[in-house]
Design a protein around this ligand. Structure first.
Ligand code: AMP
Ligand code: GLY
Length: 425
């Protein structure tokens, strides 16, 4: 069985390592993969958004199943094209990936089906948006409609900031055509929880919950990044919150998409905020989170490939999906200066007694040496019976990986630990 994984980050590395556990899979190719992924898969230099290139490769190289992981190819319709060419895929069709591809679509869907989310208005002209933000209650959240590399959300504390946010997105077009429409929404408060869920369009099976750490610096300071670390499970996702989410958010979303003629098959990511009025949807993503996948997939006890096939074939209700009761922590090692400017090209070395799952995000092979090539370089994941031990282990292992200019947050999981202590006590 030959599997093709589209993408080349730490998340894809985690997917590949989990798929490798299935003995029926004899070959995994990553398009494009990266220098670290090359240890676990054959990397093929076809970009994740080169849809014609993906289809051509799959058809000419006897690919049996494709896993499309990043947002752009999904929103562009990679799964539709691959399936039309006879390649079975894990991942939503284009008409379902719109749940991430358009915030206007997702907000309108939630309103229509009564799914709890922040109150909002949609604008297609900047003059109307500017009039609105003159009087709307502060703080306000201004969001570009389309994909914007995770950067299209601006939080405005003052009127001036709100005006600037609207202008940046709609007039200066900082995020290109993604800013042709905007959503302006109410600012919500509470802890954030990420829940990834497998779904075949009818059945939804949430995975273990997780918590991302998006800011560059300790204590949630500094710029927003692609994610500096994750832990699972998330202590704010209590059994009662989980029940409410299933009833008010997960099932209604899956049913709404089916009802709209857009059944969602694949991994649906629910970005949630647990407010004092209950859990609300902050965003949907049409794929595994990065770096959420790097803590969630290591806790999956069932066979990932079997679950992926079940999602595609409408068989999820009959398929076992179980998770370990352990906790996991992933610490991202980045290049100092990320997400602004940083140097790259430094050799990465690993101590022989390193004992962790290492998921490489930004590294390339040159003369058989692994060199840093990105802002986020790799993620180090450890598991243990308790979150406290998983965190301690991950930080112990981080010390066994070396490259010049390495930077990592020292407090991944601390907020979760404190929350857990409060809830237990
Ligand atoms: P998004 O790209 O929609 O996930 O937004 C990025 C981040 O902005 C989220 O993870 C939240 O931290 C924050 N955010 C988005 N929407 C809101 C909101 N309505 N209220 C408060 N914070 C928000
Ligand atoms: N960790 C957030 C995301 O994958 O979008």
């Amino acid at each position: 069985m030959k599997i093709m994984v589209v993408g080349g980050g730490g998340r894809e590395h985690a997917v590949i390592k989990a798929l490798k556990k299935n003995p029926e899979i004899t070959e995994i190719v990553a398009l494009p993969g990266n220098g670290g992924i090359a240890a676990d898969a054959t990397c093929v230099p076809v970009g994740a958004t080169d849809l014609d290139g993906l289809v051509k490769y799959a058809c000419e190289n006897a690919v049996d199943f494709a896993v499309v992981t990043p947002d752009d190819p999904l929103v562009m319709g990679a799964v539709d094209l691959l399936e039309a060419a006879g390649i079975p895929c894990f991942g939503p069709n284009k008409n379902a990936a719109i749940l991430e591809g358009s915030k206007v679509f997702s907000k309108n869907l939630m309103k229509k089906y009564g799914i709890p989310t922040a109150a909002y208005e949609v604008f297609t002209s900047s003059s109307e948006a500017l009039d609105y933000v003159e009087t709307a209650p502060l703080p306000l959240v201004v969001k570009a409609d389309g994909l914007a590399l995770g950067k299209g959300v601006l939080i405005a504390q003052t009127r001036q900031e709100a005006v600037e946010a609207v202008k940046t997105i709609m007039e200066d077009k900082k995020f290109g055509a993604s800013g042709n429409q905007i959503v302006v929404e109410e600012f919500l408060e509470g802890p954030e929880v990420s829940v990834l869920a497998f779904t075949d369009g009818k059945t939804v099976v949430p995975m273990v919950s997780s918590m991302d750490h998006k800011r560059a610096k300790d204590h949630d300071e500094g710029l927003n990044t692609g994610g500096m670390g994750t832990i699972a499970p998330n202590p704010y996702y209590t059994p009662s919150v989980a029940d409410t989410c299933m009833e008010q958010i997960f099932l209604p979303t899956i049913r709404a998409m089916a009802e709209e003629g857009r059944p969602f098959r694949g991994c649906l990511y629910f970005g949630l905020m647990v407010t004092k009025n209950g859990p609300k949807v902050i965003e949907y993503n049409c794929r595994f989170g990065d770096p959420e996948a790097q803590v969630v997939l290591p806790l999956l006890e069932s066979d990932l490939f079997t679950v992926m096939q079940a999602c595609r074939n409408g068989l999820l209700a009959e398929t076992d999906v179980s998770f370990s009761s352990d906790s996991a922590c992933c610490v991202i090692m980045a290049s100092d200066g990320y997400p602004s400017s940083y140097q790259k090209g430094f050799a990465i070395s690993f101590d022989p007694d390193l004992s962790a799952d290492v998921y490489v995000a930004g590294a390339k092979l040159e003369n058989e040496k692994l060199l840093t090539s990105g802002g986020r370089v790799l993620g180090v994941t450890c598991k243990a019976e308790t979150l406290k031990d998983a965190i301690a282990l991950a930080y112990e292992q981080v010390k066994k990986i070396h490259f010049d200019n390495a930077y990592y947050r020292k407090d991944i999981g601390q907020r979760a630990l404190n929350a857990g202590a409060v809830q237990e006590g």
